[in-house]
Design a protein around this ligand. Structure first.
Ligand SMILES: NC(=O)c1ccc[n+]([C@@H]2O[C@H](COP(=O)([O-])OP(=O)(O)OC[C@H]3O[C@@H](n4cnc5c(N)ncnc54)[C@H](OP(=O)(O)O)[C@@H]3O)[C@@H](O)[C@H]2O)c1
Length: 297
């Protein structure tokens, strides 16, 4: 039986496509006919993931890029490589960007840019990547940006006094703050660009999912707690369905839903919808990424 392939001709970038939710989403989207531009941080894992996706969708075009999101110069280089690839082969357009790569670290680790790693990988990297890929997204008829957030953004605020948690590092706080930043970014993107472009941004809440996210880069109680907790989690194919739906359904219901879980639009926290906080975070992110205010031009 020939599968229905509604995404033929669509080019979809997915970060963190070498494992867990990102890999599962890449499989589904490739099966629907999309060209997959996967991003991983290791060439070996990227090659394994490409083979995995092709075993599910043998006719798909799958190309992987590598970049470590803890280094902003690697994010810039990645954007340049994607731009070149997409310009040569896909008419210079990117239909969907799935900002999915994410991390949690039990230790306080400072990146080469001088930033706290979880904030850098989970928020600054997708912020910068989206910004650098904006011309490709604008070239698509109705591009979508999906950023994988988490229920853990609730009951959290941006810790303005110490965003990088230099004075007091707690892995859960760092993670929650970064996932809140994902929703603030999504809402602010739409405030700034929905009026002048056909691009729309959405945040995805995957629920609790059985992946290795809390087992990597971690030791002691963080790793132990995650190894226990993940057993209650859903298979990565569950949030992958939500990602595929939000990425591909021509008309979303409701059309203005920005936070999606289990294929339904639900409300994010009230704080995540605060325009003043989102604007402040946007300005700080631009400054930390060394960007001007081009998004709002
Ligand atoms: N699992 C859950 O219960 C859950 C719940 C809510 C939200 N989320 C979110 O879902 C997203 C995916 O997480 P997951 O659970 O699927 O975890 P995962 O299986 O560990 O996958 C994370 C992906 O991100 C990549 N990655 C990690 N650090 C990176 C870095 N420094 N540079 C570039 N890529 C990096 C990983 O690469 P490697 O393969 O090389 O490790 C992997 O491809 C994350 O944003 C996470 O916050 C997960």
């Amino acid at each position: 039986m020939v599968k229905h392939q509604p995404l033929i001709g669509k080019t979809i970038g997915i970060t963190g496509a070498t494992a867990g939710i990102g890999l599962a989403a890449a499989r589904v989207l490739a099966t629907k006919g999309a060209t997959i531009l996967g991003v991983g941080r290791s060439a070996e894992r990227a090659a394994q993931a490409a083979a995995d996706i092709l075993s599910t969708a043998p006719n798909a075009e799958v190309h992987f890029f590598t970049a470590d999101f803890s280094a902003l110069r690697q994010v810039r280089r990645l954007a340049e490589e994607i731009r070149e690839y997409v310009t040569t082969r896909h008419g210079g357009k990117l239909d969907v960007l799935v900002n999915n790569a994410g991390t949690v670290t039990s230790r306080y680790i400072v990146t080469e840019d001088g930033y706290e790693t979880v904030f850098a990988v989970n928020h600054l990297a997708p912020f910068l990547l989206t910004r650098q890929l904006l011309p490709l997204l604008q070239a698509a008829p109705a591009a979508r940006i999906l950023t994988v957030s988490s229920r853990s953004h609730r009951n959290m605020r941006i810790l303005w006094g110490d965003v990088m948690l230099r004075w007091f590092y707690n892995p859960l706080l760092a993670y929650k703050q970064s996932k809140l930043a994902n929703v603030l970014f999504t809402a602010e993107f739409n405030r700034r660009l929905a009026g002048t472009t056909r691009i729309r941004a959405y945040a995805i809440d995957p629920g609790l999912v059985n992946t290795e996210i809390g087992s990597k880069n971690n030791h002691g109680i963080v790793r132990w707690a995650w190894d226990l907790r993940r057993r209650q989690g859903a298979d990565p194919s569950v949030p992958a369905r939500t990602i595929a739906m939000v990425a591909s359904r021509p008309k979303l219901d409701p059309p203005d839903g920005i936070y999606w879980r289990d294929c339904q639009s639900i409300a994010p926290s009230r704080y995540a919808l605060r325009a003043d906080e989102a604007e402040k975070l946007w300005s700080l992110s631009e400054q930390l990424c060394g960007l001007g205010d081009k998004f709002s031009e």
